[in-house]
Design a protein around this ligand. Structure first.
Ligand SMILES: Cc1ncc(C[n+]2csc(CCOP(=O)(O)OP(=O)(O)O)c2C)c(N)n1
Length: 304
């Protein structure tokens, strides 16, 4: 079934998502907005980087990954965690340092470890580690893969290239998901990156797939064959052209207003709201209520 909206005439129509997928994207959106609200109220310590605008990426990848795959996340990783575990209580408790925290409150926003999920705030650190894990998987658990999320700015780290080299040379089951939001903190990608992500993958003989879609069904169809090939030892770089809706962290958005407005226009949230207003409004209200309740519960808990 296809949903269209008159105000989106220039954009391709979106396939109506399953309630489960839409609910998950909306819960991640509500979670991130709640974090910014809690920061504003002085309820959170440390820092946080929200994935506002990029929530659809881990949700799109979800059915393409298996429980025995490893996922390596980065500083902008709340959506990656929530798409894997649907555990806003554990993550919020971790960030707030309250009972029930997924890592006892010592990891905070950026350093989470649970089962086969690991995040790091150190740019580029995860790729070489994921290569080691992918080598182990190739030998001991053929068919499973290691998936690493990085931003475009992380291509400034040398470890990325050492990892890509080994992944190609050793035919590792490594999936590199590049969330190219066009900016790294305050530096536009165009001011920092010569050439392209595709060109850098090609330099190592690694396959590259690109998508600028937000339609979950289209993304999944496009990526499924490449991800199946990763499981057979053909590494893949998947580049999502996406948009960072909010600041890099909190209050540090130096972009011109028209750039932020373009990001807002492309937001999956706006597009799905227009494309399927009935389930959208209902599920959005439910997601916000759920996250409000989680926040009230976690904020009232003892320190971890
Ligand atoms: C090794 C290292 N250098 C610098 C930083 C500080 N830092 C955190 S996020 C960031 C920008 C990351 O940009 P990108 O990889 O494009 O991801 P995005 O924030 O856009 O999602 C920087 C410079 C860091 N975390 N690690």
């Amino acid at each position: 079934m296809t949903a269209t909206a008159p105000e989106q005439e220039h954009a391709p129509p979106l396939e109506e998502p399953a309630d489960e997928d839409l609910s998950l994207m909306l819960a991640i959106r509500a979670f991130e907005l709640k974090l910014l609200e809690l920061f504003g109220q002085g309820m959170l310590n440390g820092t946080t980087h929200t994935c506002l605008g990029q929530e659809y990426i881990p949700v799109a990848l979800r059915p393409l990954l298996r429980p025995d795959d490893h996922v390596f996340s980065n500083h902008r990783g709340h959506g990656h965690y929530l798409a894997r575990f649907e555990d806003p209580e554990g993550l919020l408790a971790e960030i707030m340092g309250r009972r029930g925290a997924v890592c006892g409150g010592v990891g905070g926003s950026q350093h989470i470890r649970r089962d086969r999920f690991l995040s790091t705030g150190v740019q580029g650190e995860s790729l070489p580690v994921a290569c080691g894990v992918a080598l182990h998987l190739k030998r001991a658990e053929p068919g499973a893969l290691a998936c690493v999320h990085i931003g475009d700015g992380t291509f400034g780290e040398g470890g990325v290239y050492e990892a890509l080299n080994l992944a190609a040379l050793w035919r590792l089951p490594l999936l590199v998901v590049v969330e190219n939001n066009g900016i790294a903190q305050t530096t536009p990608t165009s001011a920092a990156m010569a050439g392209t992500v595709a060109g850098r993958a090609a330099a190592f003989g690694i396959a590259h797939a690109f998508t600028d879609e937000v339609d979950l069904a289209v993304i999944r169809r496009r990526l499924a064959p490449g991800i199946a090939a990763v499981r057979q030892g053909r590494p893949l770089v998947v580049e999502f052209a996406t948009h960072r809706l909010g600041p890099h962290s909190k209050g540090d958005d130096t972009r011109p207003a028209e750039v932020v407005e373009r990001a807002r226009e492309a937001d999956w949230y706006r597009r799905y709201a227009a494309a399927c207003p009935d389930p959208f409004a209902r599920l959005d209200a439910a997601a916000r209520t759920y996250i409000d309740e989680v926040a009230r519960d976690v904020a009232g808990r003892e320190p971890s």
